[in-house]
Design a protein around this ligand. Structure first.
Ligand code: AMP
Length: 284
């Protein structure tokens, strides 16, 4: 596997691949990789001739009081996992390679979409995500890019950005990978102490509760959200940021579970903010 630290190295390699007629897939990550990331690489390897993963903790998507400094990092372990899963190149830039000290250009969706869900408490988050993903698209020029459904709002926003800016890159969504007991895999799970790790199960339990209600015919979004909220509130270590049912494309709140609906949550377990969700695709 090639380790590229500069934009120029990535461009030269991708140019060579494209001259051979090979297709290129991109898997953007912030590193500290786990089986969730590996599933994206697996899918990319199955659909593209060459796969590039990026491993970059992007400062522009962190707010002033968030965990940028504390975010876990282990590049050697990341390389081992990527190589094992057949990744061809990892792009591992310094912050200075990605952002000039006076960088002042951002990509931002100017609708209510990035203000919903995580955007309520993380107002600059999606501007940072769109900016770094745009840069990665410009650097790697992939045919396809792979994103996890775990970050459902991010996936919807990237799809919208790709449409609005005519990127011509196919966005492939990949299902949430979970621990055996249900907890969605996340680099941030490493912050949890044993007691919090146990308490964190309320997220996936609430997902299952909501899914069961919908499967059994519940169509009132408020009732689903209320039942999930009550379940989470029963856990003393949990503090809800939001539990919401929104349109699967626009991310705007819905009252009825009909068509494509995303039921998503962010919950603090101690000081760690975790997210989880499920999607309902229901005919008229
Ligand atoms: P991150 O490194 O957390 O920014 O995540 C990089 C990519 O991996 C994003 O597209 C995430 O949605 C995806 N991802 C993270 N955790 C999971 C998971 N448990 N299952 C599936 N995809 C995931």
């Amino acid at each position: 596997m090639i380790i590229a630290k500069t934009i120029e190295e990535v461009r030269a390699q991708v140019r060579a691949w494209k001259q051979e007629g090979l297709t290129v897939g991109l898997v953007p990550t912030m590193g500290y990789l786990h089986e969730g990331h590996a599933s994206l690489v697996d899918k990319a390897v199955s659909q593209c001739d060459r796969v590039v993963a990026s491993d970059f903790v992007n400062p522009t998507q962190f707010g002033p009081n968030e965990d940028l400094e504390a975010y876990p990092r282990d590049f050697d372990r990341d390389c081992a996992l990527l190589e094992e899963h057949g990744c061809h190149m990892v792009f591992y830039p310094e912050v200075s390679e990605m952002y000039a000290p006076d960088a002042a250009t951002y990509v931002e969706i100017l609708s209510d979409m990035p203000k919903q869900l995580c955007g309520q408490t993380r107002p600059i988050h999606f501007r940072g995500v769109c900016t770094v993903v745009s840069k990665l698209f410009n650097i790697v020029t992939p045919d396809k890019a792979f994103f996890g459904q775990k970050d459902a709002q991010q996936l919807a926003i990237i799809r919208r950005m790709v449409r609005d800016l005519s990127y011509g890159i196919e966005i492939v969504g990949c299902p949430i990978v979970r621990e055996p007991d249900g907890l969605a895999k996340s680099s941030r799970n490493t912050y949890l102490n044993p007691q919090e790790r146990q308490a964190a199960l309320v997220l996936s339990q609430a997902v299952r509760l909501g899914q069961t209600m919908v499967e059994e015919g519940e169509t009132d979004a408020r009732r689903v959200v209320e039942a999930m909220t009550a379940h989470i509130q029963a856990e003393p270590l949990a503090r809800i940021d939001y539990v919401s049912a929104v349109d699967g494309v626009t991310m705007l709140p819905v009252e009825t579970i009909q068509g494509s609906v995303l039921v998503a949550m962010a919950v603090y377990i101690g000081k760690t903010r975790l997210i989880d969700n499920f999607i309902v695709e229901k005919g008229e």
